[in-house]
Design a protein. Structure first.
Length: 231
């Protein structure tokens, strides 16, 4: 997953906060929010998000009107949320130019699957190769190339690397990384995290005992440094 910028639009503040929580827990860090159609258009123009999740039923300017305005100048991917789930709404949204739709209520997993599918179609092969100081990581295959050798990342190692990459150059706390690999009830798994970090360094660092890409920030967590000029 790449660090996409996503605009979330819904007039229901509770649902908007839930959407933000769902995306943050899935690793998305560049999230924008709007509670009206006018705000959505203004933010889209200024911030140029990579994708928009757009509610249909809004009081001032409904999602269909917002989508029509967007489509006059942009092909940014749009997933529409509808409370009714009626065939007419789905057809209208798709005819206007929505990339997909999802009826409320929905499961967070289904939302994320649809969003990931849209992003994969809209941005094929975007930033799949991550260049580090001593290795290259292929996000599509979870493989590492180092000194002519090909190494595979385990599922946990890949989860950690993906989270660190999404926040490249910034500190990711121990708690966030533990939650990434162990789930919500992660307390007590710090030693497990240290083990996975050590194994990950062995695969991506030229000299694991003197890391330059995956650094420990004492008392806080870890930071991933990309090769200069690679992003």
């Amino acid at each position: 997953m790449t660090d996409y910028k996503i605009l979330l639009v819904d007039d229901d503040q509770g649902l908007l906060e839930m959407l933000v929580s769902i995306f943050r827990r899935a690793g998305y860090t560049h999230l924008l929010t709007a509670s009206t159609g006018e705000d959505a258009l203004r933010i889209r123009e200024k911030e140029q998000p990579d994708m928009i999740v757009l509610d249909v039923m809004m009081p001032d300017m409904d999602g269909f009107a917002v989508l029509r305005a967007i489509r006059r100048t942009s092909r940014v991917p749009v997933l529409m949320l509808t409370a009714r789930g009626e065939a007419e709404d789905r057809i209208e949204g798709l005819e206007i130019g929505a990339d997909d739709y999802l009826a409320k209520p929905f499961l967070p997993k289904e939302l994320l699957l649809r969003v990931n599918a849209i992003l994969s179609r809209a941005y094929p092969n975007r930033e799949e190769m991550v260049e580090l100081s001593g290795s290259t990581v292929d996000l599509a295959s979870a493989m590492v190339w180092k000194n002519g050798e090909q190494l595979s990342l385990t599922a946990k190692e890949f989860q950690l690397f993906e989270k660190l990459y999404q926040n490249a150059g910034r500190i990711v706390t121990t708690g966030i990384l533990c939650e990434t690999i162990c789930g919500e009830f992660w307390q007590g798994y710090e030693s497990t995290l240290s083990t996975h970090i050590r194994h990950l360094r062995e695969k991506i660092e030229e000299n694991p005992s003197r890391p330059v890409s995956l650094l420990t920030v004492k008392g806080l967590g870890y930071r991933l440094n990309l090769k200069e000029g690679s992003r």
